[in-house]
Structures are given as C-alpha cells and as structure tokens.
Design a protein around this ligand. Structure first.
Ligand code: MOS
Length: 764
C-alpha cells in the first residue's frame, strides 16, 4: 500500500495511518512536558486543605524548615494579592476559587502551601511536617446539603439562554402519553496518565512553563495575567501530552504558584502532584440532576419536551455546561422548555470533561426516550426515526448535515437489533439475563481560527510549525496527512513541530474542534505553496508548464503535474522559488469574526460553536447499541457487545478516528457502570481519590467494540468538511447502558452509575 503510486483520487486523507510519533513513543524518545527537568531544578510539594470550608488561622512551620533538604515554603502570607486567580475553565462561569490569595478555604484539597526541597523526597517530607490551624465552617457537599445555594442561570448576570419554543407546559398537560422522570449523574474525574506536572524556569526575566496543555496560548496568557506580566515574556512548552480529556484545557492554580516559587529562588522549580491531589487541584465533571418530561401522540410524535437540569459548582463560580443546547434540539418537537440552574457548593470548580454537556445531558433524555418507547409499545429505534428532523425545533435552523437515522439503521443491522424481544427480562443466555439497549449520540461540530507556518525543501521535506496539540489523539498525524495530501508527499517526509506557545496559534484542543481547526489551516497553507510553485513554473520558460494556467497544476508524487501528463520534480519546482519555500497562513472559518486569529494568539476562545450559529446548526450524530448480561443472583452487569455508528463528516485518519470513537465508547461504559467520585457529605471530601478506589474498567470489562463510520460529506461546515470525533463516541453510552439494563431486567436505573446495589430489587 505504501509503495503504490497514488492517483489524485487516492489521497492521503482518509487512509488509515499510524501515528507519526509512534516510533518515538514506543522507544521512549518522545518528550513530554513532564520529562523536562532543567539543570539545577528544585522540587515542589503541595500542602492541601484538610477542610472544605473556612479559614487558615495559622501555620506551624518549624519542623518543615528543619527538614533536611528544605528550601522554601509559600503560603498566603507570602503570596497574598501578588496573584490574581486564574480565569475559570474556558472563560466560563465568572469567578473561580482562589488559592494563596487569602486565608480563605473554598474546598477540600485546595492548595494552601507550596513547599520546596532539593529533591522531591525532601519537599514531600517537609510538606508533611506542615501543621495547619483551621477555623472550620460547615461545608455543603452536594445538592441536598444545608447551605447549598441554587441559582437559575437565566436569572444571573451571564449571557445565558435556556432554549425554548411553543408552550411546553400546556402541551404536556394536554397530551395522551406522558413521561415524567428524574435522573442524576455523579461527579467524575479524568485521570490522564501524565500527572498534572508543572516546571517553571526564569531566563533573563522571562518565564518558561513546561506543562502538559490542551491550550498553550490560553495558559500563556492566563499566567501572564495572573502575574501581571506581558504575555510575550511567558513561553509555554507542552509537547506531546499524556492524555487530557478536558483536564488541561483551563489554567489551574498551580502554574502561577510554581512560577512565583521559581522566581523567589531564582532556580527552576518542578511540581509533580500526586494522583490524589489531581482530584482537587484540577477540574472534573460536575454532578448533575435532571427532570425530564416528555409527551407524545399515540403515533410516537413528540408534542412536548421539558428538560430542567441542575449542575453542581463551586461557591464563587457559576461554571456550567448547559447541555440543553443539545437536548432541546435533538428531535422534532413543537413545544420545548428547558432550564438550567447551578448549585453552589463548597467544592472545587468543575470544568470540561469529555463531551462536557452531552455526556450528562443525553443520559436523561435518551433514557426518557427509551421509557417513552415502552409506554408507546414502540421500538426505541422507530421512536427516534419518527422524531428525526433535519431542522432544529427552537429557531428552525437547518442542520448542515444530519444522518442520525442512517446511523441507527447501520448500527441496528450490525448489532442484530431485530433479534431483540421487546419484552423486558425475556432474553437469557444460560443463567444470565440479556438486554439490548440503544441511544442517540450527538455532539456539535465546532471549529476555531488557526494559523500555521509550513516550509517545503527541494528534497520534499515539509515542516509544519503550529501550536497543534497532540493529546494522544493523533493530532500531529492528522495535520501531517493533510500536508502530505496537498503537497503530494509521502507522510514520512512531513515533520510536525507542535505544542508550544512560540508557534503559530491554533486555539484550544477541545470541543472536538482541533482537527477541523488545524487541518483547515494546514490545507490553506499548502494551497499557498501550490500557488507559489505553480505561479513560478508557468513564468519560467525552461519549465514544461511555461505559459500555462497555474490553477491547473497540482502537487502529486513529489512533483508538480498538470492534467495533460506533464511533470516536474519538486526539487526543480521548489528550487525555482529559493532554497526553501516557506508560507504562513491564517484561517478564519465561517461563523467567526475577521479578527479571530488575533484572538487565538491572545488566548481567547474564538470558536464557532455548531450549536450557537445564527444561520445553521452544525452537529455530528451517531447511534449506539449495547448488549448487557445481568446475573440474576449477583446482579453483576457485564457489557457483552458494543456497536457505535457515527456520521461525523470527513474522517482524516480512520485509524486514529476509530481509536477516538472506540475510546469514547469504552469511557461511556465506564461512566455508565463504574465511575463515581464519592464525596463524604459531612466533610465535603472525596474518599475514593485514587486508582484503587475510583472504579474504571479493565480489559475484562470491555467486550468487542465495533465502530462504524458512515461516510458523510458536508462542504458547508468548513473547507475540508471535518466535524470532529473526540467526544461523539461517549455521548450516548450512559443511556444505551441504562436502556440495555432495563431491557435485561425490567429495572430502570435513573441514577448513574449502574452498580450492583441498584439492581437488588431484581428477583432471582
Ligand atoms: Mo474536551 S472535554 O473538549 O477537552
């Protein structure tokens, strides 16, 4: 395959391609931010609050200072108002909590001191000698706790809108078939393998930050603002990232603290927090509650959809994900009402975690659709088909493309859905009860402005410089494929330099938008290269293309070619323009303001959200099918098969895209059946904050996962037609699992995760 001569039709785009950094990763050559340890580095260890609410009355530091290898300790008494708090995740939700700004404690596990030692061990030993006197107040841990404060977002100061249309209350009251149910999803934590490290080094008054990041320009500007510095004096080096899932999208407190420590000591300082500390010093998925009411006519058509939701957040923040933007628009329905509130608690500020809105919000809606299908005596796939729409119901905007029903059909066929006996608890395999469940998957197709610098040498070596982030997702390979495709090169000739703030800005690697952002910018730069080479060739009387139309020339197989069989090697074509041809391109996709590239250089979001455009809706869709076995004696739930069918526009690299979709599905199984960060209601402390106690699946929990990618062309969303696949795969899984468990047992679990104790009512 690799040696085959590619025709124009056989493009690199769409060819399954291993990661270009795979060899470096498996041989240990790949450099992560956590690997960067400058000479003369000293080490930090965090002291975190044992209480969730109150004040620090004082520290006893004698033992700390007496610890061998101790160098320094920073508390709010040293930092105080030197430091502004970091911006909230993605700039959303007003204020966040503060750290070392004052004696105030907002949540358990908040950083209250930073201890520096010559070695990591010395720092940790000294930190463990810190004695803290607290003034403790009673914390509110969760929704029902005394002191919890609920704020409807529409009543707040932010620009929040609860989607609604028609008169949903009236239509609900008048309906023949109704469903009224409450659901909840738990707190969850992303636990990427690479820990939340930070190393800071000052060189001639300038700050270098080594930290794994999904947004190097965001981190650069946020820390500059916190420290009152010019952003040009802050450089972020992230490189390859060992997993992120949203946890590295926002700026957290630790970075500026480590920067200040390094400045005080005039030595590089490296922080490697523990896994446990990762549960409280970064963001996480908020606990949510939902009230869904659905009404339908006897033929299954929805007549009313009401979705009210509550999300947990921190005391000073209104951070929210507001997934009703999607649930209000998934189906044709003339009467929709939604409302989102946040409940402020004595907890850390939550943030992005894989499909932040859709993962917790599609669970209640897609569970409710399944419940409604039973009430109607209708097949759940049929109910989705009947209520499918090519226009969202709130404003009547058309989806640029939507193939959800095609996904249900392809998924149902691959899964063997027709073998399902609709009667709950009717299917068995030996002693095991067997259930089939399905749910819709949906995620907006987002895109940001992007920029890149690409050089091409006469040897055909191309180099992409761009602040593209590779979180293990295949991000570098995607841009390399686009460049190879458009420049007519083997992928092995393309080098990608990414993950640093000195490079041309490419926005935030989140919201499933990074492939669309980066690949479209790279395609634009490659087109500039093609134009330059073609223009130079037609102007050269020694060229086979002299006097021709430059628009007809293409780059293919290391040569400039036309349709008539003429060919000129890249060596000659590039040399004509100089030793190396270099272009810089900025790409502003439709839906964004003209200054969007300047914004991303300033670390602002500048993102066109598929759910928020004025003229159209841009979404990727899918359908997910699960078979579960439930043991009627132990109540153990095992997933036996999983099938996901997705229509997500152009797939640049089916190999890594499949991994992304499959990874989302596996995480969805984990979300539905395993994961929950448990909080002690008296103390508002997490008590399963490590890999031993926080349940995640192992290989034996995950069966064959079948990923089907439905070909879909959408030329409206962006030049390359990319919708993004980072999050789509997880979105329907919670509900598919709950629906399968219901089908297996007749027990409807509306509160995730679905664990043994929730199936105790099952009669053996
Ligand atoms: Mo993702 S939660 O958009 O990093």
């Amino acid at each position: 395959m690799t040696n085959a001569v590619r025709t124009a039709e056989q493009s690199h785009i769409g060819q399954p391609t291993p990661r270009i950094e795979a060899h470096a990763k498996v041989t240990g050559e790949a450099r992560y931010a956590s690997d960067q340890i400058p000479a003369n580095t000293v080490h930090a260890f965090l002291v975190t609050s044992a209480i969730a609410r109150g004040r620090v009355a004082g520290f006893q530091l004698e033992q700390t200072r007496a610890t061998p290898g101790f160098i320094d300790v920073l508390t709010h008494e040293d930092i105080g108002h030197d430091l502004k708090p970091p911006p909230p995740p993605g700039g959303q939700g007003g204020k966040t909590t503060t750290t070392l700004e004052s004696d105030r404690i907002w949540h358990a596990g908040q950083i209250i001191a930073v201890v520096i030692g010559e070695t990591p061990e010395a720092a940790r030993e000294a930190a463990e000698q810190v004695r803290v006197r607290y003034i403790e107040e009673r914390p509110a841990a969760t929704f029902d706790s005394p002191g919890a404060r609920t704020v409807a977002l529409a009543d707040g100061k932010g620009p929040h809108e609860d989607p609604k249309v028609g008169d949903a209350e009236r239509a609900y009251t008048a309906a023949a078939i109704k469903l009224d149910a409450r659901y909840s999803t738990p707190t969850q934590h992303h636990n990427p393998l690479e820990l939340f490290t930070t190393t800071c080094e000052w060189r001639d008054g300038k700050l270098v930050i080594y930290e794994p990041s999904q947004w190097v320009h965001g981190l650069q500007h946020a820390v500059a603002t916190q420290l009152g510095m010019d952003a040009a004096d802050v450089r972020v080096v992230s490189g390859l990232v060992g997993g992120a899932f949203g946890s590295r999208g926002g700026t957290t407190h630790r970075t500026a603290l480590i920067a200040l420590a390094a400045k005080r000591l005039n030595r590089p300082v490296r922080l490697e927090p523990t896994r446990q500390q990762g549960f409280t010093i970064v963001t996480y998925r908020a606990e949510t509650r939902h009230h869904i009411r659905l009404a339908a006519a006897r033929d299954g058509r929805l007549t009313a959809l009401l979705h009210e939701a509550w999300e947990a957040t921190s005391r000073p923040s209104t951070y929210n994900v507001s997934g009703t933007a999607t649930t209000a628009r998934l189906y044709a329905c003339p009467n929709v009402a939604t409302k989102v509130s946040v409940t402020q608690l004595d907890r850390n500020t939550p943030g992005f975690m894989r499909a932040p809105p859709e993962t917790p919000y599609l669970f209640p809606l897609e569970s409710a659709m399944d419940e409604l299908a039973y009430k109607l005596g209708m097949d759940p796939v049929e109910l989705r088909r009947i209520n499918d729409t090519q226009k969202e119901p709130i404003k009547g905007l058309a989806y640029t493309s939507r193939h959800m029903v095609e996904c249900f059909d392809a998924g149902a066929k691959a899964f063997g859905w027709s073998r399902r006996n609709p009667q709950p608890a009717s299917m068995r395999d030996g002693e095991w009860l067997v259930g089939f469940g399905c749910a819709a998957a949906a995620y907006p197709a987002n895109v940001a402005a992007g920029s890149t610098r690409i050089s091409l040498a006469p040897t055909g070596e191309a180099r992409i410089q761009m602040a593209v982030h590779d979180l293990g997702t295949g991000g570098y390979t995607a841009v390399a494929l686009v460049a190879a495709d458009r420049l007519g090169l083997p992928v092995t000739k393309v080098t990608v330099i990414g993950g640093e703030s000195d490079l041309p800005a490419a926005g935030l690697a989140a919201g499933s938008m990074h492939a669309a952002t980066t690949c479209n910018a790279v395609a634009k730069a490659c087109e500039m290269i093609r134009e330059r080479l073609a223009g130079a060739a037609v102007g050269d009387k020694d060229s086979a293309f002299f006097g021709g139309d430059p628009a007809l020339l293409r780059l293919q197989n290391m040569a400039l070619v036309d349709g008539a069989g003429h060919r000129e090697g890249l060596d000659k074509a590039v040399s004509r323009t100089g030793a190396v041809l270099e272009v810089y391109a900025e790409n502003v996709p439709s839906g964004l303001p003209a200054d969007a590239v300047q914004k991303i250089y300033r670390g602002e979001m500048a993102m066109a959200r598929g759910s928020e455009l004025k003229e159209e809706m841009r979404y990727a869709f899918g359908a997910q099918f699960l078979e579960v076995g439930v043991n009627p004696l132990t109540r153990e739930v095992r997933v036996r098969r999983a099938v996901g069918a997705f229509a997500a526009g152009k797939i640049i690299n089916p190999m890594t895209a499949r991994s992304q979709l499959m990874g989302g599905m596996i995480w969805g199984i984990s979300s539905a059946l395993h994961e929950e960060t448990e909080i002690d209601k008296r103390t508002a402390r997490y008590y399963n904050n490590d890999f031993a106690e926080y349940l995640i699946p192992v290989n034996a929990d995950i069966p064959e996962v079948d990923v089907i990618m439905i070909p879909e062309q959408d030329s409206e969303i962006n030049e390359l037609g990319i919708k993004g696949i980072g999050e789509l795969g997880i979105t329907g899984m919670n509900a598919a699992a709950a629906n399968a468990v219901f089908h297996a047992t007749g027990i409807r679990v509306r509160d995730l995760p679905i664990r043994i104790e929730k199936l105790l009512p099952l009669s053996a």
